[in-house]
Design a protein around this ligand. Structure first.
Ligand SMILES: [Zn+2]
Length: 57
């Protein structure tokens, strides 16, 4: 199952789509470098890593 990668905005606590997706079955083995996302909720830029991710349908 393909999941969307979301991260939680530290300013508004809302989930923010990163525009990236991942195969759920391989997520446990997925290694991610730090990424940045432009946040639609607070207009800021947030750095995120794997520990920040919420997977969503
Ligand atoms: Zn934000």
């Amino acid at each position: 199952m393909i999941k969307r990668i979301l991260v939680r905005c530290p300013a508004t606590a809302k989930l923010t789509p990163t525009g990236q997706t991942v195969e759920e079955a391989s997520w446990g083995d997925t290694k991610l470098k730090e990424h940045k996302v432009t946040c639609p909720h607070c207009q800021g830029t947030h750095a995120w890593t794997k520990k920040d991710v919420v997977l969503a349908r």
